[in-house]
Ligand binder design. Structure first.
Ligand SMILES: *Cc1c(COP(=O)(O)O)cnc(C)c1O
Length: 230
């Protein structure tokens, strides 16, 4: 299968999952995760009408953004963020899904150029409390979300998670349900949030069942990654 065919298949899976949980068609947006993949692969996806791309590695992302300038694309940063690298992220992306420290949010806010609209962000939540993963813990979320929502050059849109791998559908749903409930709690506190960034190639159906608004799909669109990702 080529990239256009795989993309079609992923879009069909999303549509089926929307239907299965009585969600409106088009309520889940597909983020094509193109890390490690060459510009030609992105062009193949663009030819098949994909416009949103997620990248994890800043230098690689900046090269692709520059190579594809002039195309009507939306760039999402979804990888780990070093605090000395926030400026090019604030300058070149429309969304950042992986905000995992207050300090990172403050720097992105200070560095977002005035001529651009506020930067859309999600707070990454470490739903499984894994020592190896970054993200806020559920118990600190309420306080930090309040502080970050007050930053004028950011638009806090919602939450993101990367749960531990599970193979059973019902097990996969649990961390996604936790993220949804965490967002609902923040909404009850008055925060205007509309985004749950959750679900990857192996668990997108479970994420859609729990309310995902972005699914982040790499492997099932572009194939196995071209080099190790860590
Ligand atoms: C790589 C990556 C993905 C895509 O994962 P696949 O399993 O290849 O679909 C999604 N989200 C994040 C944060 C990633 O780093």
């Amino acid at each position: 299968m080529d990239i256009a065919q795989r993309l079609l298949k992923v879009n069909q899976r999303i549509q089926q999952a929307e239907k299965a949980s009585n969600r409106a068609a088009g309520s889940v947006q597909l983020l094509a995760v193109s890390k490690t993949k060459p510009v030609e692969d992105l062009l193949a996806a663009i030819a098949a009408e994909q416009t949103r791309f997620g990248e994890n590695y800043l230098q690689e992302a900046l090269e692709k953004i520059s190579a594809l300038k002039g195309q009507p694309l939306e760039w999402h940063f979804i990888g780990p963020i070093q605090s000395n690298k926030t400026r090019p992220i604030a300058e070149n992306f429309t969304w950042v899904h992986s905000v995992d420290r207050l300090k990172i949010a403050q720097r992105l806010n200070d560095q977002r150029p005035q001529h651009l609209p506020p930067l859309n962000i999600c707070l990454q939540v470490n739903v499984d409390n894994e020592a190896s993963k970054s993200g806020f813990n559920l118990d600190e979320l309420s306080q930090v979300a309040k502080e970050i929502a007050a930053l004028p050059r950011l638009n806090l849109r919602g939450l993101m998670c990367i749960p531990a791998t599970r193979s059973e559908f019902e097990q996969q749903r649990k961390p996604f349900a936790q993220l949804r409930q965490a967002m609902e709690q923040l909404q009850q506190q008055g925060l205007k949030l509309d985004t749950l960034s959750m679900g990857m190639s192996g668990d997108l159906e479970a994420a859609v069942a729990e309310g995902a608004t972005f699914v982040r799909i790499g492997t099932d669109i572009f194939g196995a990654r071209n080099y190790p990702t860590s």
